[in-house]
Each structure stands twice: as structure tokens, then as C-alpha cells.
Design a protein around this ligand. Structure first.
Ligand SMILES: [Mn+2]
Length: 284
């Protein structure tokens, strides 16, 4: 079966380990593409999930599929989100072809694309923008502030991570929050001279060109695999929102190879392919 060749594919907010995650549809999608670069833009595994023992075979299959793609030469970036924040401890490390980062800058066809999950704006988009202007230090500070918010709500006897959950349930749908989120991302990106700013977190797939007094920027959001089942794809020098429910799929075929491969074998294959990075991400 022919897979669609893509230069870059971006998925986010998969929330593996929750009942709401559409893992089967995601496997079907991943089986239909062959991206040179795959960016996992946060909240792929949901560590704040309520049902701790829920991690069905289809969810494990997604992880295996991702490892298999990495072992077959797809350059992969795992950008941490608020639901997989444990991984932030490993930021800057790499497991062979898979790199764990908090944010990423790639040069694509001469344009600069800035990727980050977007939870740094939970503090308040306006304040976050000011702090994020402090560069790498500001970004780390925002992550710490959000973690402090989670810790505080836990201390007060509330459910763990209720802070971010509350943000996602009530505030994200709030159109003021949404427009502040997008505007802050765009303003920061324009400041830094980036052509594209690519987020997740809001679960709202979007592609929108913005012009500010300081410059232009394309805002992109990969949506989610909970409700919208969307991804971002870059090929033929343009970005496109892929919608599972509307776009034509390459017919599904079972990836027998993955089923047979055992986890240790996969990790060994990835580690063997450990090659020096091209330093593309060191721009910021
Ligand atoms: Mn998130």
C-alpha cells in the first residue's frame, strides 16, 4: 500500500491512557503516512489521567508505531506538554532518532517554524507573553509557574492537576482565552522573527495568517485525537490541516511487522541508529 510522503507531520493532544483517546483512528492515520519529520507536540501520553490502570492494547500500539517509525528513519521530536510534563526532566536528551524537547525551531524551505505545546499561556496569556520574552529562561520559568499551580491545588486538597484540567474544561472553550492564546503566540513569534508558530494544547485545529504592526506570521494548531482527529502536514511548500473524518485515507492495512516486533528489539534498533543531530533545532 502506498503511503503518503510528507516532509513534516505534527500531531498533539493524543491523551493516550484516557477513554477519550481515538487510538485506532490514529494508528490508521500513522499507517497511511511516511513523514521525513514527525513532531509530537505535547500531551501524547496523559499522565494525569484518572483511570491509572487504563492503557489498552490499541494505546500501546500507538507507542509501538511511533517507535517503529523512528527506527525506520523518521526524524522524531517529542515536545513535552502539561499532561506529559514528567518528560520535561528529560528535555534536551535523545533516544536515538527521537529527541525530547520543550520547544523546537526548524528551518523549512528557508522559513523558520517555531513549535511548542502552548500550556505556558495557562498562567495568563498576557503575563506569559511578557515572561516568555525573557527567552529560554522565561520559558522554563513559565513551566515552573504552571507546575507550582498544580502543586498548590494539590496542597489545597483538590485533585491533582485540577488546575490544568480546569483550564482545559472551562477556559479553553472561552473565546477570550482562545484569542489571547493565539494572539500571544503570534506576537511572540513575530518578535522572534519566525514565519510559522505551531501549537497544540487548545484542541482547536487551526491555520490562520496574521499580520501585526511588526510583521506577518502563520498560526497553526494541530488540534487533537480526542474530538477533532486532526494533524498538520507540510509538503509541496504548504501547510495543511489533515482531518481524519473528512480527508481521504489510504486504505488501512495491519502493520504485521509491528505486531511481531518486540519492544526491546525496537528500542535496540533505534539506539543503533543514533546519529549526530543536524543541529537544526539549535537556532533558539
Ligand atoms: Mn495541553
Amino acid at each position: 500500500m502506498k503511503k503518503r510522503k510528507l516532509e513534516v507531520a505534527v500531531i498533539s493532544d493524543v491523551h493516550l491512557g484516557t477513554y477519550e483517546c481515538h487510538a485506532d483512528e490514529l494508528i490508521t492515520y500513522l499507517n497511511s503516512i511516511q513523514p521525513a519529520i514527525l513532531i509530537l507536540n505535547g500531551d501524547i501520553v496523559d499522565e494525569s489521567r484518572t483511570a491509572k490502570d487504563y492503557f489498552p492494547p490499541s494505546h500501546i500500539k500507538v507507542l509501538r508505531k511511533l517507535l517503529s517509525m523512528a527506527s525506520k528513519g523518521t526524524e522524531m521530536y517529542y515536545i513535552t506538554g502539561n499532561h506529559d510534563a514528567t518528560l520535561r526532566k528529560f528535555s534536551g536528551t535523545s533516544l536515538g532518532t527521537m529527541k525530547v524537547v520543550d520547544k523546537l525551531v526548524l528551518q523549512i524551505d528557508g522559513k523558520l517554524a517555531w513549535f511548542f505545546h502552548g500550556d505556558i499561556f495557562d498562567v495568563s496569556p498576557q503575563n506569559a507573553k511578557r515572561i516568555a520574552r525573557l527567552g529560554s529562561f522565561g520559558y522554563k520559568l513559565l513551566i515552573t509557574l504552571n507546575r507550582f499551580g498544580n502543586w498548590l491545588s494539590k496542597k489545597r486538597g483538590k485533585e491533582r492537576f485540577s488546575f490544568s484540567k480546569k483550564m482545559e474544561k472551562n477556559t479553553k472553550r472561552d473565546s477570550k482565552y482562545m484569542s489571547d492564546f493565539e494572539q500571544s503566540a503570534i506576537d511572540l513569534a513575530v518578535d522572534k522573527g519566525y514565519d510559522y508558530v505551531v501549537c497544540g494544547h487548545t484542541h482547536q485545529p487551526k491555520k490562520e495568517e496574521h499580520e501585526t504592526k511588526n510583521g506577518r506570521c502563520l498560526y497553526l494548531n494541530s488540534g487533537d485525537w480526542v474530538e477533532h482527529l486532526t494533524a498538520l502536514e507540510y509538503s509541496f511548500k504548504r501547510w495543511k490541516i489533515y482531518k481524519y473524518n473528512h480527508d481521504k485515507l489510504s486504505p488501512f492495512f495491519a502493520d504485521e511487522e509491528i505486531k511481531e516486533m518486540d519492544m526491546k528489539e525496537l528500542i535496540a534498533t533505534i539506539l543503533k541508529k543514533n546519529k549526530p543531530s543536524k543541529d537544526k533545532e539549535s537556532i533558539d
